[in-house]
Design a binder for this molecule. Structure first.
Ligand code: AMP
Ligand code: MG
Length: 338
């Protein structure tokens, strides 16, 4: 009998119980470090089928990684104009869509701003008003032009950063590959951006939403099927400058990082690209405006934990909540002690 598997991804903790009951599906779990995070695939599938899904994530990463100078996105940032792959065009079109939906809170043109804050984090010194102003003039999704297969950045020194959407897109593509290969039940989790296909070993997939400050505590367990779940939080990647915590998510309008509120946003959506982008965008909007947006969107649900630990849930969130959180916590504690 294989016992509990604890998947300690940083944003969301998903956990499952595997039994080797006679005739029951045999789920395999494989983890690889990709896209700067732990990618975990659990599927009622063969190792070969799972490997094909990892290959797909690797392919997407090779197009969209801001760290690799060879990636397609780095080429676009360098050249300002390229004939782009279908994948890059699709992800940028979706990003622009979510910029419109969030009224500019989600914006992949934050590249220069993100770099400025990374530098500030390294040097432990806040950016000056002049530096912020200069960089903000390069931010604005309306300056991305897509004409057939060509992408054009209208301002010199503009930089696209796909960190808030590419993992979700890669998860969706990996799920498509699994489905094409006949897999019916699988979970693909790229560091907190995940899709839950079909069933887990015991019916709906169960996902634990992590406490934003107590790393081993689960705040809530949700049960989902054929849905994506993504969390954006301020607790994994942040900068400490002069004793303050600055999140890695920036407000494209003010140039400031999003501070203290909210601490985590979890979105449930029909696909992981949307869940990923919305989690980041809602994080920028904040608890009130963010929840209003979630409630206004069809097929989107969400939970926001704000700086004062107040938990807000969207109108349809109840449908996902699992009743026996206490039991689950007991089991997780058991597993962590092993
Ligand atoms: P996530 O972890 O999905 O919330 O994405 C955070 C990452 O998205 C950051 O590390 C940046 O690379 C990028 N990012 C930061 N702020 C924004 C923003 N306002 N809109 C879009 N992407 C952002
Ligand atoms: Mg995101």
């Amino acid at each position: 009998m294989r016992w509990i598997q604890y998947l300690g991804c940083v944003f969301i903790v998903s956990f499952l119980i595997f039994w080797g009951i006679n005739g029951a599906a045999e789920f395999l779990s494989r983890t690889q470090f990709m896209m700067g995070t732990r990618v975990n695939i659990i599927a009622d599938a063969s190792p070969e089928q799972i490997n094909k899904a990892f290959d797909e994530i690797r392919r997407i990463d090779s197009l969209m990684s801001g760290y690799s100078p060879e990636s397609e996105i780095s080429e676009l940032n360098r050249e300002g104009k390229i004939k782009a792959s279908v994948d890059l065009r699709e992800v940028i079109l979706k990003a622009i869509h979510f910029s419109q939906v969030t009224e500019g809170a989600f914006d992949i043109t934050v590249g220069p701003l993100v770099r400025l804050w990374q530098k500030a984090g390294r040097e432990k010194k806040l950016p000056t008003a002049a530096e912020l102003e200069k960089v903000l003039s390069l931010v604005g999704y309306r300056n991305i032009v897509i004409d057939k297969d060509t992408i054009f950045l209208q301002k010199k020194n503009m930089r696209l950063d796909l960190g808030g959407i590419a993992k979700g897109y890669a998860v969706d593509k990996a799920i498509q590959v699994l489905q094409k290969n006949g897999v019916k039940n699988a979970l693909v989790n790229a560091g907190g951006d995940m899709y839950c296909l079909g069933n887990g070993p015991h019916g709906d997939w169960r996902v634990g939403v992590q406490h934003p400050r107590k790393m081993r505590e689960i705040i809530q367990v949700i049960e989902v099927k054929n849905r994506a779940v993504a969390t954006s939080g301020d607790y994994r990647r942040y900068y400490m400058i002069e004793g303050e915590r600055y999140s890695h998510i920036v407000n494209p309008k003010t140039g400031q990082t999003v501070q203290n509120t909210p601490m985590s946003v979890t979105i449930v959506a029909p696909d992981a690209t949307s869940a990923d982008a919305l989690a980041t965008g809602v994080f920028v909007l904040g608890p009130e405006e963010g929840m209003e947006l979630i409630n206004s969107l069809a097929q989107i649900e969400g939970m926001i934990i704000s700086g004062d630990m107040q938990i807000r849930e969207s109108t349809g969130w109840d449908g996902f909540e699992s009743a026996d959180l206490i039991d689950e916590q007991a089991r997780i504690t058991y597993n962590l002690q092993k």
